[in-house]
Design a binder for this molecule. Structure first.
Ligand SMILES: Cc1ncc(COP(=O)(O)O)c(C=O)c1O
Length: 268
């Protein structure tokens, strides 16, 4: 049986070139970058070189890059760090209701510390309205934390167009904005079934996808993101997130769409 992994947003394989570079550093450059001896200086050169390359790629200053152990730590550092640095200038923070829990929970914590947080709503495509942001701004606003998403992608398009051929455009709903979406993720609802049933059947066909939300994908809770978009119940309860990455092919997408057709036919 074919095995197709479409849950790259939850976890994804390390690119072989990255793994190779990490092996080189972990086994060959074990000095502490703060040590003054030759081993330490070599490690420092590697860290500084990586920082410079990332800054160039992102178009920011090397000093603006802070290495952390992961996403939650980064969000916490950015929010708690910026809030405490600017506390004397104001106490208002703006975010949106569809941020990752690492951001939302940090904001709730900041509220307990006396900050005022505005959680902006989103439209049914999941976008913050610029006029809402403008209206929320005040003299006291010291921090705005709103996620960024951009567009395009071939795997996404192949999955959608094959689904159109296989089950017809009326049988599924693409959640989120069609143009301004993340390149490697598509969230699709199949209102004639429900999320768990479809995920289980896909798994039996060797296809791994996820439920609507990012880090609650293992739970049966409805996604706070899709809920904030105020989607109809049957759309909310049948959402599947497909996220693409290393190793996925357009053939995988065709195969996945065909399997969805078979499953839906079997179920209905
Ligand atoms: C914005 C954001 N913050 C935090 C996380 C969690 O990352 P980690 O598991 O590295 O803490 C994610 C994961 O997708 C994320 O998208």
């Amino acid at each position: 049986m074919k095995s197709i992994y479409l849950d790259h947003a939850a976890s994804t394989p390390v690119h072989p070139e990255v793994a190779e570079e990490m092996m080189r550093v972990m086994t060959g450059q074990y000095g502490n970058a703060s040590s003054v001896h030759a081993f330490g200086r070599a490690a420092k050169r590697t860290v500084s070189g990586a920082r410079d390359r990332i800054a160039k790629f992102l178009g920011c200053l090397p000093d603006e890059i802070v290495f952390t152990a992961g996403g939650t730590e980064s969000d916490n550092l950015a929010l708690f760090g910026a809030a405490s640095m600017r506390r004397s200038k104001g106490n208002h923070i703006i975010t949106s209701s569809i941020e990752h829990h690492a951001v939302l929970h940090a904001c709730e914590e900041l509220e307990k510390e006396g900050f005022r947080v505005t959680y902006l709503p989103v439209d049914h495509t999941g976008r913050v309205r610029p006029e809402d942001l403008e209206a929320a701004l005040s003299e006291d606003t010291i921090l705005i934390s709103i996620m960024y998403a951009n567009n395009e992608v071939r795997l996404r398009q192949t999955l959608i167009s094959t689904l159109e051929q296989e089950i017809g455009r009326d049988a599924f709903v693409i959640n989120g904005h069609q143009e301004e979406c993340l390149p490697h993720i598509v969230n699709i609802s199949f209102p004639q079934t429900d999320t768990e049933t479809l995920l289980m059947n896909l798994d039996m066909e060797g296809i791994a996808a996820a439920s609507g939300s990012a880090c609650t994908s293992g739970s049966l809770e409805l996604s706070h993101v899709l809920e904030a978009m105020q989607l109809p119940q049957n759309v909310l309860r049948s959402a599947i997130r497909f996220s693409f990455g290393l190793g996925n092919t357009t053939e995988d997408m065709e195969y996945t769409a065909q399997k969805i057709e078979t499953i839906l036919r079997r179920l209905t």
